[in-house]
Design a protein around this ligand. Structure first.
Ligand code: SAH
Ligand code: DHB
Ligand code: MG
Length: 225
């Protein structure tokens, strides 16, 4: 079924939208160049998805944003630019090298004063944050190891309030999530996460197809009363 998607057409349409609506940005572009030079994988969200994250976040007028999976700080920058003037973003990253590259990029983008990169396995950091009764976040973006997604969702609900917007990347994976029998741990994690979104009475959710070089998906959920 995934093979029936004309991926070249999807890429051209994605590029068309980007050229129309996502103006070139020197700091974001340089951040991707630095990330590649530092050996980071080329798996940041696309420019269009970055702008989508930014626009959705802005609707919330967020004072506190949480990200799981920093990489080189590309999506972090898009999200940090959606913060209200005195707002803060916390981003969780397991790899100290990724965190160091991200800190330089966030500095260059002029958002380092608003962003804290916390290094360590996200599940452990989230448990510590919940135990410390950190104030709830207004917007959350999940984009780290796919096996971890279901546990992150459980922990995040303890760091949310009614109205918190939770988004998660890579939920479709070229259609690989359609395979009920998949033995791939990442795909299994994503299938479990998507099922949790559907079953979770505290959330109102949708998954949007996202196109780049292949079809993927982004969820948007609102924490219910
Ligand atoms: N959000 C980024 C891309 C993140 S890629 C962007 O769009 O620009 C996924 C990141 O999650 C990688 O940097 C990886 O090191 C990190 N990661 C993987 N497992 C993790 C874990 N258990 N805890 C925290 N971060 C993790
Ligand atoms: C991949 C893509 C992502 O956006 C991500 O967060 C992790 C991995 C990938 O294509 O492998
Ligand atoms: Mg991703």
């Amino acid at each position: 079924m995934a093979d029936a998607v004309d991926s070249r057409l999807l890429s051209r349409v994605d590029r068309y939208i980007e050229e129309l609506l996502v103006p070139p940005d020197a700091a974001l572009r340089q951040g991707l160049v630095e990330a590649e030079a530092a050996g980071l994988p080329d798996i940041a969200v696309s420019p269009n998805e970055g702008k989508l994250l930014h626009l959705v976040a802005r609707l919330v007028r967020p004072g506190r944003i949480l990200e799981i999976g920093t990489l080189g700080g590309y999506s972090t920058t898009w999200l940090a630019r959606a913060l209200e003037p005195s707002g803060r973003l916390v981003t969780l990253e397991i790899d100290p090298h990724h965190a160091a590259v991200a800190r330089r990029n966030l500095e260059r983008a002029g958002v380092a004063d608003r962003v804290e990169v916390r290094v360590g396995p996200a599940a452990r950091t989230l448990r510590a944050m919940a135990a410390a009764r950190e104030p709830p976040f207004d917007v959350v973006f999940i984009d780290a190891d796919k096996e971890g997604y279901p546990e992150y969702l459980d922990l995040l609900l303890r760091l949310s309030r009614v109205g918190t917007v939770i988004m998660a990347d890579n939920l479709i994976r070229g259609g690989r999530v359609l395979d009920r029998g998949s033995t791939d741990p990442g795909v299994r994690g994503l299938r479990a996460f998507n099922a949790r979104l559907a079953a979770e009475s505290r959330l109102d959710s949708i998954i949007l197809p996202i196109m780049r070089d292949r079809l993927d998906g982004l969820s948007i959920s609102i924490v219910r009363a």
